[in-house]
Design a protein around this ligand. Sequence first.
Ligand code: APR
Length: 249
Amino acid sequence: MHFDPRLLADARHVVVFTGAGVSAESGIATFRDKLTGLWERFDPAQLASAEGFRRDPALIWGWYEMRRAGIADARPNPAHLAIAELATRVPQLTLITQNVDDLHERAGSHDVIHLHGRLDAARCLACARSVSSALALPEGARDGKRIEPPRCAECDGPLRPGVVWFGESLPEQALSRAFLAAAECDLLLSVGTSGVVQPAALIPGVALEAGARVVHINPQVSGSGHAREFAIAGKAGEVLPRLLSEAFA
Ligand code: APR
């Protein structure tokens, strides 16, 4: 069913829920997209898990540093910019992301809810002391080599990436803020997510259940046929700017 952009212009509280697809046009590989899927090349259990890190910290730290370098070299794309602009056009906007990059922030979005943590933050594996994003990228970060993780200044334990690994729980406060916003909004835009990783993937359904309209923006969309659920097939970097210009022209 066609989504009328005027519904965006009239929305009181918009939730934007993003996945790896919103950063795809910035050149950041998504996880599962078969053409660019990183998982094709690596064994996910080995790379994105506390077990994998314990087994080979240098391999895992090197992989995340390579991704951090890729993000530092990337720029926000028109999708990130449109979401930042939308926040200035509607009375209330809550941005929830599954991504660990800082491209939403660099596009001008504020108070972004990161459900799966952030790559520009690290913490000590032993004492959990967090290290701000001041960590400079080490020599060779872009080569995807093994890099020994730095040591914690407090207890000399190894630092680990500040992301949520498979099997780990999501940050409590972020998750409850996200569910609250989804239950309270009148429109949720789900942008660039395959919707397969729980509990994040529950968020659009919470909004739908609570009476909001939900719009999926993804080249591979499949709507559920629900009267208040819409799908716009296309790339976020093209669909979002067009949606805003139609809604606020
Ligand atoms: N615009 C919009 N969507 C796109 C684009 C694009 N240009 N390119 C790809 N997509 C879509 C793909 O069709 C796919 O549905 O983005 C989605 C990316 O899906 P995933 O790679 O599964 O990423 P995501 O949904 O964010 O994964 C969720 O899984 O691995 C964990 O923690 C990781 O946060 C990640 C979570």
